[in-house]
Write a protein that binds this ligand. Structure first.
Ligand SMILES: [Fe+2]
Ligand SMILES: [Fe+2]
Length: 280
């Protein structure tokens, strides 16, 4: 059975005709007759890029959300305009408020970066929700990782990303961070949103719960852009230990971490830019 993963939204445009880049991620998974959308970008490019690529989103009746950041969920309302009765699979924490704190041009800033819609507003548009922290098959051959258990010494890579804690803020624990495991002819493909839970905990969890030991490919955001050179070296070792043949990094991987991986793994690494398809 042929499986095609097409990047509909990503920070860069990788196809020459009428494709728009935006900070965000959305990947259309076509597996046999099944159609599933993984994340929706931030809502600027989704419908335009899908149309430019000849992808009919009205045929997609299932969406999986990797986590509640605006750059992965902001296209949900536009998507529901095209496919009003879709089922949305996610962790229940996808709707919590979240913020980014950073140094802006006029001083320290706190910006809301959570999902920009309420559950009720999306339900009014016709969405049905499958919200659970459990690992589960959400479409034939496509498994939602569910909540990723963390080691006792787990620490976020990105202290700028926070949630409210009374009158103050604390690091976002990202309990909703989830990935997909897609069965394909050459082997399982792991599709990451931002990997906020960390690459090592994600792979540990998936290996333990599914028995999968080797991945044919890993696609999506790794958040290595917020990591250190040591984190990049650990990721490289992890990918090698999983026997990964193809790595298509994108989004929050960032230029320097992607360059590091490409420098070591050569043409096994490629950019997963908007408009690019991967066939398995
Ligand atoms: Fe992101
Ligand atoms: Fe994120």
């Amino acid at each position: 059975m042929k499986t095609t993963l097409t990047v509909l939204c990503e920070n860069t445009a990788g196809f020459p005709m009428k494709i728009m880049g935006e900070h965000g991620l959305s990947i259309l998974i076509e597996r046999g007759e099944e159609r599933l959308l993984f994340d929706t970008g931030q809502g600027i490019a989704l419908l335009r890029n899908a149309s430019s690529l000849g992808k009919d989103l009205s045929q997609v009746t299932r969406v999986a959300l990797s986590h509640g950041h605006y750059d992965h969920t902001g296209g949900l309302s536009d998507f529901l305009d095209v496919s009003p009765n879709a089922t949305v699979c996610a962790h229940p924490d996808v709707f919590i408020e979240r913020f980014a704190r950073f140094e802006g041009p006029t001083g320290p800033q706190t910006m809301s970066i959570g999902i920009p819609f309420s559950k009720e507003a999306l339900e009014e548009k016709g969405a049905a929700f499958d919200l659970s922290p459990a690992l589960r098959e959400i479409s034939p051959g496509i498994t939602f990782s569910g909540e990723i258990p963390r080691p006792a010494d787990w620490k976020t890579w990105d202290d700028r990303l926070v949630v409210k804690d009374g009158d103050d803020f604390r690091s976002d624990p990202f309990l909703d961070d989830a990935s997909l495991i897609v069965d394909t002819a050459p082997g399982p493909v792991l599709v990451l949103g931002c990997a906020h839970a960390g690459l090592h905990p994600i792979l540990e969890h998936v290996r333990k719960e599914t028995g999968i030991d080797r991945f044919h490919a890993i696609l999506g955001g790794t958040h290595l852009g917020a990591g250190t050179q040591e984190d990049w070296e650990n990721a490289l070792g992890l990918f090698e230990s999983c026997g990964v043949e193809k790595i298509a990094t994108s989004h929050c991987t960032g230029f320097h971490a992607a360059s590091f991986l490409a420098g070591h793994l050569g043409d096994r690494v490629s950019p997963a830019s908007a408009g690019v398809s991967f066939e398995f």
